[in-house]
Design a protein around this ligand. Structure first.
Ligand SMILES: N[C@@H](CCSC[C@H]1O[C@@H](n2cnc3c(=O)[nH]cnc32)[C@H](O)[C@@H]1O)C(=O)O
Ligand SMILES: [Zn+2]
Length: 447
């Protein structure tokens, strides 16, 4: 028998592969970080003797989750400003705080805190957009997660901002240095939003991203104030504005996509642009309700994201799955609007498509990357179980995740994160918290 690196079992194997969605008492075989077999346990055990195995009794085995939009180091701003609309939150609070506190050490601590939380909760891939992307990439490399790391650039004179030319040149430099360097890291461009980056600079971004073959991640059609700004200055919608500048010709990852008309949705579907839905952030900032069922019906690739911990306030993707499943029922008055299976797909297979990685992640399928998680479903509060998908969406949560594996590497085992020193992390986070508290104590922000 062939001797692969690892076999992982599950009483319930949920592949998210439409061709064989669920395998009771199944197993996934991994060799050199890639899935080489998926099937029922007896058949797998007959064919393979793996070097290592992870038991699956009382456990679900499924693909790791995809967080399509976050700002990882904003974990250090968790719970600092709540209950404000997007523009007030951003201009009066977040930008000044960032100008004051963000430096490379802040990013190292904040991103590590984010990665710890994501590994703990079963997120295996995330799309990040934040300052000092080299620091983020270093953290991601050390903790073993997979990420698209988008280097931000902006016109808007936010604090800490050194001008468009510098921020764009730094982003290009980052993309060039990280392309092909680490298989789990994809560098990308991140023009902040249509209301903070001029048309000329969005065009320049398209040209550069096209030349380098890099994806773009940006905030798009998030809040009413953005639509009003774009209507006033350009007499169109945010989507049609950026599509007109060529942005819909590339692998674009568009976060939010709340304020959309029918034409915006049709254009997004036709272009294959990925839409990342952030239900908690949208609800919390009062941005509106993204027309997710309409996008899905039109064939848009819709994923899920947490956004940063300053507008969520955590990076728990299970919460987004459940929020999405519930929000669109209440919005439409139709409980069939977003069924559990579709909500779960948005965190896995569809979410992978939304970030243009559907060929390598999002399903447990031969040839795909071995990015997978186990959840324990053996507790009394989990019983009885009739439909595992229903449980994953409506019963389980991030604390039920017990194993996290990326490219065949075990990042968490029995609920313990193995690749991050938690005690050292807590110390770094406490240090930053004290520094921020001291400043906030002296000068309270806002009224
Ligand atoms: N101001 C930056 C760009 C920074 S990274 C991404 C930015 O997006 C901000 N951000 C976080 N969540 C949202 C959101 O929902 N909408 C718009 N911006 C956001 C975040 O605070 C951060 O400033 C520069 O000078 O280059
Ligand atoms: Zn964001």
């Amino acid at each position: 028998a062939p001797a692969p690196d690892l076999v992982v079992y599950g009483d319930y194997v949920l592949t998210m592969d439409p061709e064989q969605p669920e395998i009771p008492d199944g197993a996934v075989v991994v060799d050199k970080g890639v899935i080489v077999a998926v099937g029922p346990r007896p058949e797998i055990d007959r064919r393979y003797v793996a070097a290592r195995s992870i038991d699956g009794a009382g456990r679900v085995l499924m693909p790791g989750l995809v967080n399509g939009h976050t700002h990882s180091a904003m974990t250090l701003f968790r719970g600092m400003v709540d209950d404000l609309d997007l523009m007030t939150w951003l201009n009066d609070y977040v930008f000044p705080m960032e100008g004051r506190f963000v430096d490379p050490a802040f990013i190292r601590a904040g991103s590590e805190l984010a990665c710890w939380e994501m590994i703990r909760g079963g997120t295996t891939t995330f799309v990040d957009m934040y300052f000092h992307p080299d620091e983020i990439a270093g953290v991601v490399q050390r903790c073993g997660l997979r990420a698209i790391i988008a280097a931000p650039h902006i016109d808007y004179p936010s604090p800490g901002f050194s001008g468009w030319d510098d921020s764009f040149a730094a982003a290009e430099d980052f993309v060039r240095r990280w392309q092909g360097r680490e298989p789990r890291i994809t560098p990308a461009f991140a023009p902040h939003a249509p209301y903070t980056v001029s048309p000329r600079h969005l065009r320049a971004t398209v040209e550069k991203a096209q030349a380098l073959g890099a994806p773009i991640s940006m905030h798009l059609a998030e809040a009413p104030a953005e639509s009003a700004y774009i209507a006033e200055h350009f007499d169109t919608t945010p989507v049609q504005h950026v599509a007109g500048l060529g942005m819909y010709r590339l692998p674009l990852i568009a976060a939010h996509m709340v304020q959309l008309d029918d034409r915006d949705i049709a254009l997004t579907a036709a272009a294959g642009v990925g839409a990342v839905h952030n239900p908690t952030s949208n609800m919390k900032l009062g941005a509106g309700i993204s027309p997710v069922p309409a996008m899905l019906a039109a064939g848009v690739k819709v994923g899920l994201g947490t956004d940063g911990a300053a507008s969520n306030n955590d990076l728990d993707l299970w919460e987004e799955v459940r929020m999405a499943a519930l929000l669109h029922k209440v919005d439409s008055g139709d409980p069939t609007a977003l069924p559990a299976g579709q909500a779960l797909a948005m965190a896995t297979r569809l979410g992978a498509a939304a970030i243009h990685m559907e060929d390598s992640i999002g399903q447990l399928k031969v040839g795909m990357q071995a990015d997978m998680i186990q959840l324990a479903v053996d507790k009394t509060r989990h019983q009885p179980i009739y439909d595992i998908t229903s449980h994953l969406v409506y019963v389980l949560d991030s604390t039920d995740v017990v194993t996290t594996i990326v490219a065949g590497e075990v990042l968490m085992r029995d609920g313990t994160v193995l690749t991050i020193d938690e005690a050292a992390l807590r110390k770094a986070v406490d240090g930053r918290r004290d520094e921020i508290r001291a400043v906030l104590g002296k000068k309270p922000e806002g009224e």
